[in-house]
Design a binder for this molecule. Sequence first.
Ligand SMILES: NC(=O)c1ccc[n+]([C@@H]2O[C@H](COP(=O)([O-])OP(=O)(O)OC[C@H]3O[C@@H](n4cnc5c(N)ncnc54)[C@H](OP(=O)(O)O)[C@@H]3O)[C@@H](O)[C@H]2O)c1
Length: 249
Amino acid sequence: MSKLEGKVAVITGGNSGIGLAMARRFVNEGAQVLIVGRRGDAVDATVAELGPRAIGLTGDIANPSTHDRVSAAVTKRFGGADIYVANAGMNQIRPSGQVDIDEYDAQFATNTRGVFFGVQKIVPVLRDGGSVLLVSSIASAKVLDGHAVYAGTKAAIEAFAQSWALEFKARGIRVNVISPGPVDTPILSKLGVAEDDRPAFEAGVASAIPLGRLGRADEIASAALMLTSGEGSFITGVNLRVDGGIALT
Ligand SMILES: NC(=O)c1ccc[n+]([C@@H]2O[C@H](COP(=O)([O-])OP(=O)(O)OC[C@H]3O[C@@H](n4cnc5c(N)ncnc54)[C@H](OP(=O)(O)O)[C@@H]3O)[C@@H](O)[C@H]2O)c1
């Protein structure tokens, strides 16, 4: 039997990279999904690819009203949800001395506030026994150049997850975190690396990873499936690194 048969999952950032890989995997495992992203064309294209078990919602997770719309949409269409994956995020690499307030606020608004209010708004419509998964980063545990603000945004959500694992235990809702290492997704193109420099950049990153390569989005989706499905039924409050071992270096 499929691992998510009859389940309903909400995935923020389900229109690209890691979130898209999760949406594909979850649908293949029998789930119905609602994906959220800001770019309506990318949301629509993903829904068209995923088929009739997927719906999309265009919105900015930094805006708390988006989360009200998500909860209303998933309730109207599916009667509630079983899985919430707070995956959407952004990363601006800059030495701390060059970070301005707008850039700082933008990263915290998306990566931290967006996760907090997303979970706050979904939990009332999440069915008992459900599962929450937050996508963090190894950047919170391993110091990377220019990642101070990003690391702070992710460290905060790891702390949220620990609190929530206990807050929601009475309803059997499990709360876990995945911390990916470098994964080959469109986020790499948004880091400001020129396309011509990309092969050298990726080779440099790969050489720092004990397994010798960047991760694939579907490898993060595999871990997400384990944690959110019945396979992870006795796991709550963990932060699972899926990073090719880079946090050890
Ligand atoms: N790739 C890596 O190496 C890596 C490593 C560690 C952690 N992560 C984390 O993994 C998660 C997914 O990253 P990715 O690599 O898959 O990046 P990606 O391909 O750039 O995808 C990011 C997704 O988040 C959505 N998004 C971003 N800001 C949003 C906002 N304000 N409101 C709504 N949706 C928003 C984007 O959709 P729109 O553009 O349409 O809004 C997109 O679907 C992020 O939290 C990232 O920090 C990635």
